[in-house]
Design a protein around this ligand. Structure first.
Ligand code: V47
Ligand code: SF4
Length: 381
């Protein structure tokens, strides 16, 4: 492509962005492969500010990974353990209660629960994890179990997704995280997560959750063996489902961390690749309200810059993160609210504490109550 053709292509895309017109898969491919990073970031920032003004969201949360024992062997995963390995662990009910009480002590509004698919645990064990959390502290929002886990539960019980989700909801489930999506292309899946839930199952599960009124998140794992065309295909599939249901809350691009994984020879994505993925997803996912720069995997520094490249959310205080730290992440396992505020204010944004469902959190120390939903700019009075 000549310099002239490049400029004309970018000008055409810029016009669409300014007019809030949907970008095509071809536009996405061009942006991913060829657009200069500063133009890409500037355009994504237009959409980010159109949707979320100057707000930058965070939440006060804790993570719980109740077991790392897993029947699958995703090549990108450093977290999983074999059943008989000394690395393997499984939480007891008391350990779960302890984590919930710690969350309460820290004033958390959310617990994020994902883990391995244990060879010997029945579906009831996973329902019990949710129940124990809910009974210990009913005010805590439980965001638990990815589409891959729901698919495993369907395999264990031979019951439809709706039934599985209903059992979990009755036990206290509030919403679902976005993990397990990886890359939807089946050829890539065969290389990185053979045997686990296929892309259609992941999408069907999220569709079912949305139809039941449960909100969910979506992710994309990038920076391993995939190519730009796979990333664009992934984003377009999410956009199509969101057109149908409107049930996704936020999209989180996840940077591959190679250390201690079966793909340790692949270099970690660079900071510019991370910013490119944030900006690209902001531009392609025109029907998602939020793009999350998950600071744990991006580093605090890149996450801070991402707030001007399309992201409007940093996730939360986190605490006890294992999945990325087992894969070599050098970030802390948690940040204080003061640290998050400083990162956001220095980026020129206004910090807003949200709950899982993007309602404002009105806080007095450890105590909090839930305020109004924070609406996209266009819908604000
Ligand atoms: O599905 C596992 C990814 C996901 C590695 O919904 C890895 O708010 C990079 O989904 N390098 C689980 N990625 C985490 C997740 C998530 C995280 C934060 C917020 C939310 C949310 C969801 O982590 C897995 C997989 O895609 N993952 N290992 C690795 N070595
Ligand atoms: Fe198991 Fe999840 Fe790791 Fe895959 S990513 S091996 S499903 S724990």
């Amino acid at each position: 492509m000549s310099r002239l053709e490049y400029s004309a292509r970018l000008a055409d895309i810029e016009q669409k962005v300014m007019a809030a017109e949907r970008l095509t898969p071809e536009d996405g491919l061009f942006l991913d492969e060829q657009a200069d990073i500063l133009t890409l970031g500037r355009l994504a920032n237009v959409v980010r500010e159109r949707k979320n003004g100057n707000y930058a969201f965070y939440n006060t949360n804790v993570h719980l990974n109740p077991t790392n024992v897993c029947v699958y062997r995703c090549t990108f995963c450093a977290f999983r353990s074999d059943l008989k390995s000394p690395r393997g662990y499984t939480f007891t009910d008391d350990m779960i209660r302890e984590r919930v009480l710690e969350a309460k002590e820290q004033g958390a509004t959310e617990i994020h629960v994902v883990g391995g698919l244990h060879h010997q645990k029945p579906f009831d064990w996973y329902v019990n994890v949710v129940r124990v959390i809910h009974e210990t502290w009913p005010d805590l929002h439980i965001k638990a179990w990815t589409g891959v886990e729901i698919n495993w539960f369907a395999h264990l019980t031979k019951q439809p997704y709706r039934w599985i989700l209903e059992q979990l909801r009755q036990a206290g489930l509030g919403s679902m995280p976005g993990g397990g999506a990886e890359i939807f292309d089946e050829g890539v899946r065969a290389q990185i997560c053979e045997h686990k839930a296929d892309s259609q199952s992941w999408l069907d599960i999220h569709r079912t959750a949305h139809e039941m009124g449960l909100r969910t998140n979506a992710t994309m794992l990038y920076g391993h063996v995939e190519a730009a065309k796979h990333r664009i295909d992934h984003l377009c599939k999410l956009r199509a489902l969101q057109d149908d249901t409107g049930g996704f809350q936020t999209f989180i691009p996840l940077a591959f961390h190679p250390e201690n994984t079966g793909m340790a020879h692949i270099p970690k994505p660079t900071g510019l690749m991370d910013l490119r993925m944030i900006a690209l997803s902001r531009l392609m996912l025109d029907n998602f309200d939020h793009i999350k720069a998950y600071w744990i995997m991006l580093s605090e520094k890149i996450a801070q810059v991402a707030l001007s490249f399309g992201a409007d959310d940093l996730d939360g205080t986190v605490v006890h993160e294992l999945i990325y730290h087992d894969a070599g992440a050098k970030t802390p396992e948690g940040l204080t609210v003061e640290q998050l505020h400083r990162m956001i204010r220095e980026a020129g944004r206004e910090p807003i504490e949200r709950d899982t469902l993007y309602r404002r959190v009105i806080r007095e120390g450890r105590d909090w109550k839930i305020g109004e939903p924070v609406l996209p700019v266009a819908s604000r009075a």
